[in-house]
Design a protein around this ligand. Structure first.
Ligand code: ADP
Length: 645
C-alpha cells in the first residue's frame, strides 16, 4: 500500500469543492458517468485496432447502483480501466498551475472550475465523505488497483482483486446529502443528464404494474436512448422519426411540431442537432420547452440564451457541439468567436430551410404561417441578416385569407393603390368587426385590406416602411377613403369658411363628455356623397406610436397622450348640407390691429342653433360605426333614435 498527497498546489481544493461548488453539486453524477462512458468508448476504439488481442465486449453497460445500508452510490463501467500508474497520473496529479489565483477569481462559478481543470472526478467530493476507485485495466497482465481518499489531500493506493475489467467509483455519501441515496433522486438526475448518452446506462431493474402492485422484472432499467435522432443521418430518418424524437425530448408536449431542421456541420466547427418549429400562439407558452444543449450527447443546459440568437430560443430541439466552451461564464460565451459563428450558422440554416419550404409548397407554408409568424417576425425585427432572407418567405394575409410576401402583394395592388405622389399605400385593419364600414368602403373602391392583428405586426410594418422608401401602411380607419390613397386633388365643396366654422362649432358643442380621455378634432371634408355624414378617423402616426410605446421602453411620451380622433363632417352628404342650410349669419364688427393701428372690420359669423338633438345623433352614429358607442351613451342613442322616428 502506498500513501501520498494529491498533487494540488494548495490544500484549499477540498473546501472549495465542497463549499463553493455547492449550488451545482448534482453535476457530480454527470461527471462520473461521462468518465465511465468515455472509458467505454475508448475501449471500443481500441478493440477495433489491428493487433489487439480480443477482449470480452458483450457487456459494456454502465451501471449505477445504491447501497442504502452502506450509504454508497456506485458507478461501474467495463471500459478501459486504469493501472496504478494511470491512477497516479490522472487522479493523483491534478497538476495545474495558478490554481489558487483561479479559484479566487471563479469562487462562485462552479462549472468554470470543474471544466477548466478537469475536476470532473473530484466533483464526487462535493457530496461524499470518502471516495474509492476499484479499477482493472484492459491491458494484458494488468493488476487491479484500489484507491481511497477521505476528502483531504491524503489518499491511499493498493493492489486489489477485481474480476472484471473496468472501473467502479464508490461514493460514501455525506449525511447531509442523503437524497443521493434515494432511487427517485438518482433516476431523475440520470434522466436529466444521461438521456442520450452513447453507451447504455442501467439503473436497477425495470418495473411493471401487476395486480395493482409494482413488481420488478428481470430486465435492467436502461435510462438512455444511445442513438438519438440528431446523431443519425437525415437520409435514414422519416418525418415520423423526427416527431417521435420530439416527444422523447418533451414527454409533456402533446402537439406535433410543424417542421424540423436537421443541423450538421463539421467545418469550421462541430455541431449537430435538430431544431423544431413548435406552434407558437402567444408569448406565454414559448419558454416551456427549451432548446437543450449537449456536448457529445451529455446534457449540459437548457439555458441557451447567449449561444443561439434570442429569436431562435423560441424554437425547440437539441444542439450538440463539442466546440461550445460550456464550462465558462456566460459573459465569456457572448464574446466567444466560436459561439458567434455558431449562432450565425444556425440563423442561416433556419432561414434557408424556411425559404426552401416556401418555395416547395406555398400553400402548405401559408397554412403554417399563422403558427410560425411570431417567430419569423421576431427574427426579422432583431436580426438584420435574418430579415434579409426572411423577406422571401414572410407572409402578409388579406381579409380574404390569401397570403403573399410583401413583394408579391405590392405587385398585386400596385395598379390601384399608388397615390399621386407615387407612394404605395397598403391598407390594413387589426379588427375587421370594428372597422366593418371602413372596410366596405375600401372594397367598393377596389382596394385590398390586410389583416394585421398580430402582436408584432405594428413593428413589422414600421420596419418594412423603413426599408421601402415609397411604402406606407395605413389603417383603414385613419382617414376618409378619399384621403387614404389620394389620387388627385380631392373634391371640393361650395361652402364658405364661415359656414364650415359655424358647422364645426355646433358639433364641438355636442361632443361626448368623456372628451378628456379621448380627444376629438372636428374637421369638414368633402367626402363621397354616399359615405356616412359624420365619421371618425384616427391619425396613423399617432396611433402607431401609442401602440408601439406599449411594448417599448423610452416611448412613454406617446403612451401617455390621450387617444385622439378626427370627427369628420362630410360636406357632400345631404344631411350635413341640410344643416348648413339651416345656419343663420350675422355681421359683427371686430377690432383688429393692422400696421400698429386699430381698425374695425366687419365679419360674417355663421351659427347653427336648435339642431342639438340631430347633431348628437350624427355624432353617435359616427361613434357607433367605429365601435366606440357603449354603455349609457349607447342607451341614450337608442332612446333618441326611437323618439326621432
Ligand atoms: P477529465 O475527464 O476532464 O479528463 P477527470 O478528473 O474526470 O477529468 O478524469 C481524469 C482522468 O481520469 C480521465 O481523463 C481518465 O483518463 C481517467 N478516468 C476517470 N474516470 C475513469 C474511468 N471510469 N475509467 C477510466 N479512466 C478514468
Amino acid at each position: 500500500m502506498s500513501k501520498g498527497n494529491i498533487g494540488v498546489t494548495s490544500d484549499n481544493i477540498f473546501p472549495v469543492i465542497k463549499k463553493f461548488l455547492y449550488s451545482d453539486h448534482e453535476i457530480f453524477l454527470r461527471e462520473l458517468i461521462s468518465n465511465a462512458v468515455d472509458a467505454t468508448t475508448k475501449l471500443k476504439v481500441i478493440s477495433r485496432q489491428p493487433g489487439v488481442a480480443s477482449m470480452p465486449m458483450d457487456d459494456l453497460r454502465v451501471r449505477v447502483s445504491i447501497d442504502k445500508k452502506k450509504k454508497t452510490l456506485t458507478v461501474s463501467d467495463h471500459g478501459i480501466g486504469m493501472t496504478a500508474e494511470e491512477v497516479d497520473k490522472y487522479i493523483n496529479q491534478i497538476a495545474f498551475s495558478g490554481a489558487e489565483e483561479f479559484l479566487n477569481q471563479y469562487k462562485d462559478k462552479a462549472e468554470a472550475i470543474i471544466g477548466h481543470f478537469g475536476l470532473g472526478f473530484y466533483s464526487a467530493f462535493m457530496v461524499s465523505k470518502k471516495v474509492e476507485i476499484f479499477s482493472l485495466s484492459y491491458q494484458e497482465d494488468a493488476k487491479a488497483v484500489h484507491w481511497s481518499c477521505e476528502g483531504s489531500p491524503e489518499y491511499t493506493m493498493e493492489e486489489t482483486i477485481k474480476a472484471e475489467r473496468g472501473t467502479d467509483i464508490v461514493l460514501h455519501i455525506d449525511d447531509e446529502f442523503s437524497q443521493y441515496l434515494e432511487d427517485a433522486t438518482i433516476e431523475g438526475l440520470l434522466k436529466k443528464y444521461c438521456k442520450f448518452l452513447p453507451v447504455e446506462i442501467a439503473f436497477g431493474k425495470k418495473k411493471e404494474w401487476k395486480d395493482g402492485k409494482e413488481v420488478e422484472l428481470d430486465e435492467e432499467n436502461i435510462i438512455n436512448d444511445t442513438n438519438p435522432a440528431w446523431t443519425r443521418k437525415p437520409s435514414e430518418l422519416k418525418d415520423e422519426d423526427y416527431d417521435k424524437f420530439y416527444h422523447e425530448l418533451y414527454p409533456m408536449q402533446m402537439d406535433e411540431p410543424l417542421f424540423h431542421i436537421h443541423l450538421n456541420v463539421d467545418y469550421p466547427f462541430n455541431l449537430t442537432g435538430i431544431l423544431y418549429f413548435p406552434k407558437i400562439k402567444s408569448n406565454l407558452d414559448v419558454h416551456r420547452n427549451k432548446i437543450q444543449l449537449y456536448c457529445n450527447q451529455v446534457y449540459v443546459t437548457d439555458e441557451v440564451e447567449n449561444i443561439v440568437p434570442e429569436y431562435l430560443t423560441l424554437l425547440h430541439g437539441v444542439i450538440d457541439s463539442p466546440d461550445i466552451p460550456l464550462n465558462v461564464s456566460r459573459s465569456y460565451l457572448q464574446s466567444d468567436n466560436n459561439v458567434k459563428k455558431i449562432s450565425g450558422y444556425i440563423t442561416k440554416k433556419v432561414a434557408d430551410k424556411l425559404a426552401e419550404l416556401y418555395k416547395a409548397d406555398k400553400d402548405d407554408f401559408a397554412k403554417k404561417w399563422d403558427d410560425i409568424k411570431m417567430f419569423i417576425q421576431f427574427g426579422m425585427l432583431t436580426d438584420e441578416k435574418f430579415y434579409e432572407k426572411a423577406t422571401g418567405f414572410a407572409l402578409y394575409k388579406n381579409l380574404d385569407g390569401k397570403y403573399a410576401t410583401l413583394d408579391e402583394y405590392m405587385d398585386q395592388v400596385r395598379e390601384n393603390q399608388v397615390d399621386k405622389d407615387g407612394n404605395m399605400v397598403l391598407l390594413y385593419t387589426n379588427d375587421p368587426d370594428a372597422h366593418y364600414t371602413y372596410i366596405e368602403r375600401a372594397k367598393a373602391k377596389g382596394y385590398d385590406v390586410l389583416l394585421m392583428d398580430g402582436e408584432l405586426d405594428v413593428h413589422c410594418m414600421s420596419q418594412a416602411e423603413q426599408k421601402h422608401e415609397k411604402l406606407r401602411f395605413v389603417r383603414i380607419d385613419s382617414d376618409t377613403i378619399e384621403n387614404l390613397i389620394r389620387k388627385e386633388e380631392t373634391a371640393k365643396d361650395s361652402y364658405s369658411d364661415e359656414q364650415k366654422e359655424g358647422l364645426r362649432k355646433a358639433f364641438e358643442g355636442q361632443l361626448p363628455s368623456d372628451a378628456d380621455k379621448l380627444r376629438y378634432t372636428v374637421t369638414c371634408e368633402a367626402a363621397a356623397a354616399d359615405a356616412l355624414p359624420v365619421f371618425l378617423t384616427q391619425n396613423e402616426f399617432m396611433r402607431r406610436m401609442k401602440e408601439m410605446s406599449a411594448h417599448q421602453q423610452g416611448m412613454n411620451f406617446y403612451g401617455n397622450l390621450p387617444d385622439s380622433y378626427n370627427l369628420v363632417l362630410n360636406t357632400n352628404h345631404p344631411l350635413i348640407q341640410e344643416l348648413v342650410g339651416k345656419e343663420t349669419s350675422e355681421q359683427v364688427n371686430e377690432e383688429v390691429e393692422k400696421d400698429g393701428k386699430k381698425e374695425t372690420v366687419v365679419k360674417t359669423v355663421c351659427k347653427l342653433e336648435g339642431e342639438d338633438e340631430k347633431i348628437k345623433q350624427l355624432i353617435d352614429i359616427a361613434l357607433l360605426a367605429s365601435g366606440q358607442l357603449k354603455g349609457e351613451a349607447l342607451a341614450k342613442f337608442v332612446n333618441r333614435s326611437v323618439e326621432l322616428l
